[in-house]
Design a protein around this ligand. Structure first.
Ligand SMILES: Cc1cc2nc3c(=O)[nH]c(=O)nc-3n(C[C@H](O)[C@H](O)[C@H](O)COP(=O)(O)O)c2cc1C
Length: 330
């Protein structure tokens, strides 16, 4: 109810300004407000996946709280885990604004943020000061823009070393469309080298790989082989898409904006990718992409996902989406 009142006001503002406003408000909530939110939103439906116990299987997707600024608020809003990042070795501003666009007629968002983040060391300092969280924490690692592709492994390793002690899992992001060349790290030789190095440094921390929805079946099949060979603990499927299929005519002018598309137009393709992975491998999957309703989440679980994540669905439906999904599961 309350999000329905706030949303029109948020949607009149520039999308990134609305995002920033929301994060600031959430980060500033006092303990008494967090406790009230927790009573309203937090529901449990525990499960254990890749050796980690989750109070419920509905998580916050990477990119919403890249620098971990509101980490106490998300569990109070009912999420069963949080994926922070994507974080890079070097702090970086990301792409010039505007870089985030709502497409309301399509239930979608296009973003070309470009890994704006304060860097791995700053996130480590924040997590150190914060102490333990009530839900598992995933940390998404990416490549700094200034680092050439052939030095990517060292760049990821730096972030892993800085952050592994705070992570219940790390997600290797090789699928953002907004860092030039990054997606080529999904190719067999590059991915094999990256995963071998990261697995050797990660110790007992589960290493997951986040994939793009735009891979062919053959490329995805090869990626799964490499992941299995290198002891990856699971997949996150999927990141945003470069496709512009499924957009409403009213959003045609924004379709030309560069960046990754998320939300309703991605629902079916993300589920297809999860189905493919579940059929082809034993690896657990975090299903993400276009989960806008509890039914979308249930279908993602039916497709084989062990956990799910939401981002664009939260923009359109608000935090009650998480509670409703967990309610359906219970
Ligand atoms: C504004 C924005 C920023 C994002 N940033 C990241 C990121 O830094 N790392 C990442 O792995 N995914 C990022 N994503 C992708 C989401 O985590 C998710 O995979 C994708 O949006 C599909 O889920 P959705 O349809 O529920 O939004 C971002 C998505 C959006 C909309």
């Amino acid at each position: 109810m309350s999000y329905r009142l706030v949303r029109p006001w948020l949607f009149r503002r520039d999308a990134e300004a609305a995002h920033e406003w929301t994060l600031c408000r959430l980060a500033a909530l006092p303990p008494v407000a967090l406790a009230a939110l927790r009573r309203t939103y937090a529901r449990s439906a525990p499960r254990t996946v890749f050796g980690v116990r989750f109070p419920n299987p509905v998580g916050l997707a990477a990119g919403l709280d890249k620098d971990g600024r509101a980490l106490h608020a998300w569990p109070a809003l009912g999420v069963g885990f949080i994926e922070v990042g994507t974080v890079t070795r070097h702090a970086q501003p990301g792409n010039p604004a505007p870089r985030l666009f709502r497409l309301p007629a399509s239930g979608a968002v296009i973003n070309r943020m470009g890994f704006n983040n304060a860097g791995a060391a700053a996130l480590a300092a924040r997590l150190d000061a914060l102490g333990p969280l009530p839900v598992p924490l995933g940390i998404s690692l990416g490549k700094s823009k200034v680092t050439p592709l052939d030095e990517a492994v060292e760049d990821y390793l730096f972030s892993l070393r800085a952050l592994r002690r705070y992570a219940d899992y790390v997600a290797v992001n090789v699928s953002s469309p907004n860092t030039p060349g990054l997606r080529s790290l999904q190719d067999r030789p590059a991915l094999a080298a990256l995963l071998a190095a990261l697995r050797a440094e990660a110790g007992p921390t589960p290493v997951l790989v986040k994939v793009a929805p735009d891979l062919t079946d053959q490329a995805l099949g090869e990626l799964l082989e490499v992941c299995t060979e290198h002891g990856v603990a699971g997949l996150v499927a999927t990141n945003t898409t470069l496709s512009r299929d499924g957009l409403a005519a009213a959003d045609a002018d924004l379709a030309a904006e560069a960046g990754g598309l998320s939300g309703r137009p991605l629902t079916e393709r993300a589920r297809e990718v999860v189905t493919f992975i579940a059929k082809r491998s034993e690896l657990p999957v975090i299903g993400v992409g276009g989960i806008m309703t509890p039914d979308d989440a249930l279908r993602m679980f039916d497709a084989g996902a062990s956990l799910v994540q939401v981002y664009t669905g939260l923009i359109y439906a608000g935090p009650a989406l998480v509670r409703r999904i967990v309610g359906e599961l219970r």
